[in-house]
Design a protein around this ligand. Sequence first.
Ligand code: AMP
Ligand code: GLY
Length: 421
Amino acid sequence: MNILVVGSGGREHAICHAVARSSRADKIYCAPGNAGIAELAECVPIGAMEFDKLVDFAKDKAIDFAIIGMDDPLVGGIVDRFEAAGIKTFGPRENAAILEGSKAFSKELMKKYGIPTAAYETFTDPEKALSYLKTAKLPIVLKADGLALGKGVLICNTLEEAEDGVRTIMQEKKFGDAGNTLVIEEFMTGREVSVLSFTDGKTIQLMSSAQDHKRAFDGDEGPNTGGMGTFSPSPFYTEEIDQRCKEEIFQKTVDAMAAEGRPFVGVIFFGLMLTEDGPKVLEYNCRFGDPEAQVVLPRMKNDILDVMEACVDGRLSELKLDFEDNAAVCVVLASKGYPVSYDKGFAISGLEKFDNRQYFCFHAGTAKDENGQTVTSGGRVLGVTAKGASLAEARKNAYAATEWVGFENKFMRTDIGKEFV
Ligand code: AMP
Ligand code: GLY
């Protein structure tokens, strides 16, 4: 099969690795890709939102199967466009990707179908939002309705902060049109766990659980980031919690989307909060997590193309997902100053040391300079993943491997997965 992967981050590198392991993959293309992906796939300089060019390219290269890694093109309807051109594509159509694309939609869905989540109200009028805040309990959570690069969520401890937040999102439009509608939500406490799943619109099968570290610095200090590291599985995601989620959340979500005439085909990422009252949905994403994919996919035993094709064909019930009985830890190597401001263009050394079986180095912000040298080109530069028999061993291996890689201004958290060791 000729495969096209759309995206350019560490997640797409992990997807390309899994595809490259498949005996069914012939030629792999990635648009736009990055310097690491270029070792596995032919990278083509077409942006993920350039739908016309992507469709033309896919037709020209006789692509048999397209895989969309990123949220923006999914929410923008890329799957519908590919399908209209006759190209089999993995990912939700536009009417299903709204599960991530609109928080107001997903909250309403959960309310309608009795899926546990935080209590909330939705506003389109900032004055109404402001007057609601006067009676609301603190802390309180404000969420811009639409996609905001993971930044449209504000947790406010005081009324002043919350009022400022409403103005920032709804009036100053800091997150653009994503802030036309605002969700104001009850603040929940508990452990956060990510559970990724494959679904064909009827059947859902869960991948191994994972946990993300979103803050920039050790001890969960500092600003929010795209993710500084992950581990899988999560020791907090017990059998008992899994059972409850299966009864109360997973299948119900798939069935709810089908009942709404929006069958969801692809990956549903459940962002869960394990509260005292049981697991509740924090958010849905309509694609693999980044950097969750970097710890989950290397542990998956199935041929990824078999699984993805079964989703698109509506026969996922015929397959069983199988994961290695081990653990993986991913430590993100960032550029000092991320997520605020940082320099780029520094040469990266040590990349040849990874065996791509137990040790992986997934590229995120890298590029080739004019001499063919791999250099830093983003805030999050690399995701170093290692497997081990236990989380403790995987963690030891991952941190050992971070030492193999060198670049100026290299920065990482030193406590990914530490509390379990
Ligand atoms: P989201 O994009 O909805 O996942 O929100 C980003 C982060 O904000 C989550 O990972 C949580 O850490 C936090 N968050 C979101 N909603 C809530 C909530 N209702 N209560 C507490 N924390 C929340
Ligand atoms: N790591 C969180 C996400 O991909 O949304």
